[in-house]
Design a protein around this ligand. Structure first.
Ligand code: FAD
Length: 532
């Protein structure tokens, strides 16, 4: 059996035997073969001594079992790393942040506890996947939608706890924002409910977020203060119709206005769904002609790129527009959006598809952009860096948050494009995504794989990009464990007062430091100086 740092072999063997009594022998894994699937297959330090590994896995099936497992770990001071469905690829997969921790795998807790059509909400356990919740809603003919990330294999709960995001309307696309109420097992095994859940017999746990007193829910996301065993979510009522459309603009110089038009539509609530700015010219994959033009940084860059776009008949900027609601409202919104973009000479408008709900199974299969219709899928894994390249082996996403300002967005795109060239990396994406209501997230998927030299280069580039972002006042919204300490290190106002406060909370809530040590830079006292 693998060793756990700081834990004697006798203590570990005792804990394993106790866990086996709690969850059953079949649900405690210690062999290398059983632990292999818990490796981070996208790790930028794959097969190197820095790669993070689990030493064992315990998979409880109920809250009571979670409590017992946590109490045993707390008694023996064994580090635990809870995961829900464990699909957090690009941000660490299911491997622990502190290598040698025991994974607390909550996949077996996969009950959909409640779905209210009337109040458009759900209460789920950690192991419920997007596919599970979608299937449940469909099987029961409920007029509700889920909001899913690109891959539907993850869980609403795990995704929200890492501040994940999706595609439909505000507030549903910001998954933590769309949650309402939690149940949490604390480090000493005590179970707690947040918001209205603290009120025995509460009637509005999944409707009213605040309860009474301070809102503590945020403490359990991107952190290590507890094991979340239930979480409520607001769901989007099924719209009558959806229109999936695209707007485009022809020239480089239109970029700022293009972004600012989208932004003003978002602020005006005329566009509530996730959109993103894509440039077929700037964001490739480049052909033989475009490659050299993109490496031009002299004053002829803009004209050369415009000429290329014209020659190839491709727009310079495009953005998807998804509108949901009654037909007449959707039509009015689309008309208004077209009117606003018409101020850009040469702007085009395409209606890609429209749907009336509910869809038959056959219609579901033929939806062109499933995530925008709340249908979980795995199509994104076909993404390639060029038409001939195989799909990526792995990637870690550099994702700075920038202000909603066209000028800043375009200059950030160019800044990072130049930096990537200088660093010799070719990330996928690099597009501004409107995940959150008041900021833009740029996401650069930096390839990782099995080649240690290429991984080293990717890591160095990633660190450099973070420095560049921070120098402009842009921090990441989410990050791979390899860069968690560095990422939170930028949030350093007043000598890291925020992190120091989080550490004080950690010491109080988890004095033995057993839960998810190091997650988002929060280390327990005994590891603070050694592990960072
Ligand atoms: C190609 C690709 C595209 C992607 N696109 C998106 C996207 O569009 N949007 C997006 O948000 N993500 C995206 N991701 C990232 C990731 O796949 C998803 O966010 C996924 O949903 C996260 O995995 P999960 O839901 O299984 O969460 P988990 O892996 O289970 O959880 C994530 C982390 O949260 C913590 N945690 C989980 N459960 C608990 C718990 N019960 N108690 C305490 N802590 C817990 C753990 O630290 C865990 O590591 C993408 C990944 C890839 C590879």
């Amino acid at each position: 059996m693998r060793a756990v740092p700081g834990v004697s072999a006798v203590d570990l063997a005792t804990a394993v035997a106790q866990w086996q009594t709690v969850v059953g022998k079949d649900w405690v894994f210690t062999s290398d073969a059983d632990l292999d699937p818990y490796r981070d297959s996208y790790s930028p330090v794959r097969d190197e001594k820095e790669e993070r590994h689990a030493s064992a896995v315990v998979a409880p099936a109920s809250v009571e079992e979670v409590q017992a497992v946590v109490r045993i770990a707390n008694h023996h001071r064994i580090p635990l790393y809870p995961i829900s469905t464990g699909r957090n690829l690009t941000y660490g997969g299911s491997a622990p942040v502190y290598s040698g921790s025991v994974i607390l795998d909550l996949k077996r807790m996969n009950r959909i506890l409640e779905v209210s059509e009337k109040n458009a909400s759900a209460l789920v356990e950690p192991g419920v996947s997007y596919f599970d919740l979608y299937r449940y809603i469909r099987d029961n003919n409920l007029k509700l939608w889920i909001d899913c990330p690109d891959p539907g294999w993850g869980s609403p709960l795990g995704n929200a706890l890492d501040h994940g995001a999706g595609y439909t309307n505000t507030p549903f696309k910001d998954h933590f924002d769309a949650h309402c109420g939690m149940e949490v097992v604390l480090a000493d095994g005590e179970v707690m409910r947040t918001g209205m859940g603290a009120l025995p017999g509460a009637q509005t746990w999944q409707q009213f977020k605040y309860g009474m007193g301070p809102i503590v829910d945020g403490l359990f996301a991107q952190s290590n203060f507890g094991v979340v065993t239930k979480m409520g979510f607001w769901l989007m009522p099924q719209p009558e119709t959806a229109l999936l459309a695209t707007v485009t603009a022809p020239r480089y110089a239109d970029g700022v206005r293009f972004c600012d038009t989208l932004i003003s539509l978002i602020y005006a609530d005329a566009l509530k769904s996730q959109t993103q700015v894509v440039s077929p010219v700037l964001m490739g994959p480049p052909d033989a002609e475009l490659g050299p033009l993109l490496r031009r940084w002299d004053e002829g860059r803009e004209a050369a790129l415009d000429a290329y776009a014209q020659r190839k008949g491709v727009p310079f900027w495009t953005a998807p527009v998804a509108l949901y609601g009654p037909q007449s409202v959707v039509r009015a919104q689309w008309a208004y959006i077209k009117e606003r973009f018409s101020a850009i000479s040469g702007a085009t408008f395409n209606e890609d598809a429209s749907y009336t709900f509910p869809l038959t199974d056959e219609q579901v299969r033929s939806v062109i952009d499933k995530t925008r219709a709340g249908i979980p899928n795995l199509a994104y894994f076909a993404s390639r860096s060029s038409p001939d390249a195989p799909p990526l082996e792995g990637h870690m996403d550099f994702s700075p948050i920038v202000p909603m300002d066209g000028k800043v967005i375009v200059s950030a795109l160019e800044l990072f494009a130049k930096a990537c060239q200088e660093l010799g990396i070719a990330p996928l994406g690099g597009r501004p995504l409107f995940y959150h209501t008041r900021t833009v997230t740029l996401i650069y998927a930096i390839p990782t794989g099995r080649d240690p030299t290429a991984n080293k280069k990717a890591r160095e580039a990633f660190a450099k990009l973070m420095d560049i972002g921070a120098a402009h006042g842009w921090g990441e919204y989410r990050i791979h464990p390899e860069f968690m300490d560095k990422g939170v290190g930028y949030y350093s106002y007043n000598n890291h007062a925020l992190l120091r406060f989080q550490e004080r909370l950690k010491d109080a809530a988890d004095p033995n430091g057993i839960l998810s040590a190091g997650r988002y830079g929060i280390w327990p006292k005994h590891l603070r100086d050694v592990a960072r």
